[in-house]
Design a protein around this ligand. Structure first.
Ligand SMILES: [Zn+2]
Length: 68
């Protein structure tokens, strides 16, 4: 089984569920990211979600100080 990474748009054999997109135009459903993108972009895996929100992918970036 393989899925397309939400971030890099490449097929991945180790998809991590990261969110849910609107069911429209036949592209809806669960979106996945590859493991390298999850760590590189600080994506929160759905399993670790504290709140579902609107279902879009969540990031840890808010807890990481940004460089200015
Ligand atoms: Zn990726």
């Amino acid at each position: 089984m393989s899925d397309t990474c939400y971030q890099c748009r490449k097929p991945t054999s180790t998809p991590v569920p990261i969110g849910i997109v609107a069911q429209d135009a036949g592209t809806g459903g669960t979106v996945h990211a590859c493991r390298s993108c999850v760590s590189r972009h600080h994506i929160v895996p759905m399993a670790d979600w504290k709140h579902p929100g609107d279902g879009r992918p969540q990031y840890y970036s808010r807890t990481v100080p940004e460089r200015r």
